[in-house]
Write a protein that binds this ligand. Structure first.
Ligand code: ADP
Ligand code: MG
Length: 599
């Protein structure tokens, strides 16, 4: 066979490294900003065109580079930040691998202009796809400007793999926001297609958080602060009552670097035990500082993971620090072992008989019942309508509200034919079988198909105007994401309006009830995910959100009419057996399986 091993050229190895370092435009932005921070910049401006596809420019007022460095910096493993392996142990800079610029230059056109402090003239270097680069003197302000053009121009597979502009822009905003939080003392500006998305003045961490997430965050922040031998903890956590259903506002930094660390995330969440609604996530921006010797941030090239030597100890300290922080602000019991303050209750004499307190209720009372009958028998409504529940935040009202029953279902009803157990399952007999139906899942299936049907052909989803536009509580980035998708959303029944301090919801798809903020949070999750490819895919994802928001709660007492309407509508659905997420809507027990029970 002969010799077949060859050393890869620098160009090929840079392209391979680029695969790891440069996943998408946002990773380029991150690397460039980190370099600016390392260069001591106090003002960093990021300009992107077409979500970074066409242009990404990062301009800083840092220390700049000499002519030689301006050429050297694109070489693989060219770094001014470490000299020996020992330096790795005490690293305080953001970058250190000397890989970023080499990788970026392998997959884009680059123009670099830089002028060192004290130098009269600057240097301009232009490269395309890792060629050696031309350099010439240039007049430019002190600092460094990188312009990255046509990312992945020579790797079409990568270019095609990029998501929509909205999604790529969102990733860029995320990166800038994280870096801006890690460095509140620096000013950051982000421009996209000519308009300012972020313009952050230097300030405290609290001011920075408020500038990014909106003024409402100010009153929701609880400071956390602790210094031990193992770790120093600073930052803010959100009050539990403001926790969101969607993830995305949880930020953990270790030695100034944003990381994802499931264990530390758990430590923070567990501090909220007992004070958080289920499936809600609190805001947090927490900074951990540990001895760099005891931290390995090197386990992943994009460095969003980290490994602590003392993770169990840090877990415990972080948990109790957050818990104490919440306790101090009277939002959670302060310490588990704080027993001296608890009220002591004397044991009950064994002879005493305890009876449960009695509450008398009239189970048949339904304040909406007559209204519902009047509406459904008046014959005013000829068209089948989605089953509607009154839109309200109050669980109490949801519990007692009712929906209109399509006439054709009512007419065929032989009520009372059905009953409900656990306020959740409708029990019915159907074609000789015993059927148990999960009412909420059935309702989501009905609404889901209704919304899809609504939007077929040219039709837009019908929407209902809110009595008062409802202001949403959103970060700047989420505001942008929603506004950019507003045309698509209004076709799908959600009409919003950009107002000075964010976004107001004007109309919601007919039938969407309950908490609109939760509904918008789910819409944002869909938008962030961005995996929809075509209009149909979008419709389907949004129809799921509307169905989830419009459906009755998991447990709710239903009237006979409601049950029969539900069953009538369910079994005229195309796929009644599962909810839109593929979970079973009903279980059937045939004669044989019932007989088997009794042997
Ligand atoms: P690393 O940051 O890991 O050292 P990079 O490839 O990101 O590697 O950068 C290589 C070198 O280029 C840096 O070590 C630094 O000396 C120089 N450099 C890059 N960006 C800047 C900048 N904005 N200002 C000054 N020097 C810079
Ligand atoms: Mg770097």
């Amino acid at each position: 066979m002969g010799d077949c091993i060859v050393q890869l050229s620098e160009h090929v190895s840079n392209q391979i490294a680029a695969g790891e370092v440069v996943g998408r435009p946002a990773s380029v932005v991150k690397e460039l900003i980190e370099n600016s921070v390392d260069a001591g910049a106090t003002e960093i401006t990021v300009v992107v065109v077409d979500a970074g596809r066409t242009l990404m420019q990062v301009v800083d007022n840092g220390k700049g580079m000499s002519e030689e460095d301006a050429q050297m910096c694109f070489k693989r493993h060219a770094t001014s930040k470490i000299n020996s392996a020992d330096d790795l142990r005490s690293l305080v800079t953001m970058g250190f691998r000397g890989e970023a610029l080499a990788s970026i230059s392998a997959v884009s056109y680059i123009e670099l202009k830089t002028r060192e402090t004290g130098a009269e003239m600057g240097t301009k270097v232009t490269l395309s796809g890792s060629d050696t680069g031309d350099s010439e003197p240039v007049a430019c302000p002190k600092g460094t400007q990188f312009a990255i053009k046509n990312l992945f121009f020579n790797v079409p597979a990568r270019r095609n793999f990029l998501k929509s502009d909205q999604v790529e822009l969102r990733h860029i905003i995320d990166e800038v926001q994280r870096l801006a939080m890690a460095h509140p003392g620096l000013s950051f500006r982000l421009q996209s297609n000519g308009s300012d998305l972020l313009n952050l003045r230097p300030g405290t961490l609290r001011q920075r958080i408020v500038a990014i997430f909106g003024s409402k965050h100010d009153e929701r922040l609880v400071p956390v602060d602790e210094t031990t031998d193992v770790v120093k903890i600073t930052g803010f956590v959100g009050k539990p009552s403001f926790a969101r259903k969607s993830r995305g506002e949880q930020f953990l930094f270790v030695n100034g670097r944003f990381i994802k660390h499931p264990l530390m995330h758990k430590a923070i969440l567990s501090a909220y035990d007992g004070v958080l609604s289920p499936r809600h996530f609190p805001f947090y921006t927490v900074f951990l500082e540990v001895d760099p010797n005891r931290l390995d941030v090197n386990i992943h090239p994009t460095k969003v993971e980290a490994k602590f030597e003392e993770d169990q100890a840090i877990f415990a300290i972080l948990r109790s620090t957050v818990k104490r922080g919440l306790g101090k602000h009277n939002v959670a019991p302060s310490l588990d072992f704080d027993t001296e303050l608890s009220i002591s209750i004397a044991p009950l004499p064994s002879t005493k008989i305890v009876s449960a307190p009695q509450v008398s209720i009239n189970p048949d009372y339904n304040p909406f019942k007559s209204t519902s009958r009047a509406a459904s028998t008046s014959g005013l409504r000829k068209e089948p309508k989605p089953i509607e529940f009154g839109g309200t935040l109050e669980q109490e009202l949801i519990e007692t509200s009712t929906y209109e029953i399509p006439l054709e279902v009512l007419e065929s009803t032989e009520a009372p034919k059905y009953f409900q157990i656990l306020n959740r399952y409708i029990v019915a007999s159907r074609e000789g079988n015993l059927v148990m139906i999960d009412a909420r899942r059935a309702h989501t299936r009905i609404l889901f198909e209704q919304y899809l049907e609504d939007g077929k052909g040219f039709g837009d989803t019908t929407s209902q105007k809110l009595l008062f536009p409802e202001p949403m509580d959103l970060s700047q980035a989420d505001t942008i994401l929603l506004v950019e998708a507003s045309d698509i959303l209004s076709k799908n029944g959600l009409v919003l309006e950009r107002v000075e301090c964010g976004v107001e919801i004007v109309s919601v798809p007919t039938g969407v009830a309950g908490n609109i903020q939760d509904c918008i949070d789910s819409v944002l999750e869909v938008l962030r995910d961005g995996t929809w490819s075509d209009e149909e895919g979008r419709r389907e994802k949004l129809a799921k959100v509307w169905a989830k928001s419009g459906a009755i709660p998991k447990t709710k007492k239903l009237s006979d009419e409601e049950m029969s309407a539900m069953i009538g509508r369910l079994f005229s659905c195309e796929s009644p057996a599962t909810d839109p997420w593929g979970r079973s809507v009903f279980a059937t027990f045939d004669a044989q399986s019932i007989d088997d029970i009794f042997g």
